[in-house]
Design a protein. Sequence first.
Length: 483
Amino acid sequence: MSRSFESAQRVAIIGGGPGGYDAALAAAQLGAEVTLVERAGVGGSAVITDVVPSKTLIATADAAVAIAGAGDLGVQLFAKGGDGKPLKPQVAINLAAVNKRLLALARQQSDDMRASLTEAGVRIISGHGRLEGPGAVVVSTGLGGTDFDRIEADTLVVSVGASPRQLTTAKPDGQRILTWTQLYDMQTLPEHLIVVGSGVTGAEFASAYMNLGAKVTLVSSRDQVLPGEDADAAAVLEKVFARGGMSLLSKARADLVENTGTGVVVTLSDGRTVEGSHCLMAVGSIPNTAGIGLEDAGVELTASGHIRVNRVARTSVPNIYAAGDCTTFVPLASVASMQGRTAIFHALGDVVIPLEQRRIAANIFTAPEIATVGWQEKDIADGSINGVVRKLPLAANPRAKMMGIKDGFVKIIAREGSGTVIGGVIVGPRASDMIYPIAIAVERRLTVDQVSRVFTVYPSLSGSITDAMRSMHVVERAGEDEN
């Protein structure tokens, strides 16, 4: 249902990624006159070079693992040789075909998003946009950006995303030294991929290429994979990596990466060297905020170039909002989408619920996946909140046994005394799906007893959520504390 204004509000959006896309749809739904400026394509880097292609690659890796592990379930693949005797075939990865498929899927997703915007009445301009004060956007279009278009607006939303961080001592060349946006040009599986950086991006690609059959070395400057994440989850992942043959170099900082012509040499800060065929640099990202007129418009930036925003995605300039990885909020595609919608609702006077970081569900698409929401066990350990923790291994779950799942767990965090669910961690297949009921419990302030009374299918992996909640049974009290 659209909402009409006496005079249509003019909304201009720079960047068509998840934040800009949802902001545009929300503004059109509320009856605004909407213009979206995007230089790479609707969906932005999240769809074209980041989230969609990387998770498609991971899905292929998961399929390879499922085939390779089918023997544990009694499924055996054989072919007959010339003498009629059975041969055991090997799983082969056609990386050129894999990359062609994932890039095609990404482009199709971008086209579908563009069609949705067009159908909603959003005007889309292809080009590079920059702010001209707090009330206009200038777009350079045409070959070489020689043509210009000026858009007047009452509300501006900046959603320009971020790009891979590059080190001067490990400059990506697109051949042997790569960022995650350049991986999809490879035609064959790397013989030995060295991944520098053990954060979310590094861990996901290290997991995927290991499962595709490449030799992988992961260089981590910290003492665990996924620093800052749940320690138990990181321990499970490290065990899986070791079992799969990955070399993990912890507390090792890469000082120099060189392309030798036939491979790469990574020099560590302690003088050690690691040789491989390719190197993926996964050392973070930088916001795409330089040179787009933010400072001149009065928008406050951090020292790192991120746009400071509040919980309704508003910047220091009242009519300018920002969403996504270019902001100081959580860098997730789902968060960018919610920020975009929240910004528009706030700007156009609709009902708005300020974003709360503790209620954001996140997932790391390694194998197994790691999903989290709310307060974590480390928050209890450091005294940030009083809570209790229950962890149940997935290996004890009957459905997991049927599926041959050996790794993973369900962890529930509840407030001490009241039993209100305040957080959770799930490690296992499709953890990204399984975290949802815990996220609902956190959002709606449900108690462990309330959640435990919800029926789950038997047998199911989600049954472990119910079992964990039941093990935390408390006597419900009126007037329980809120998050």
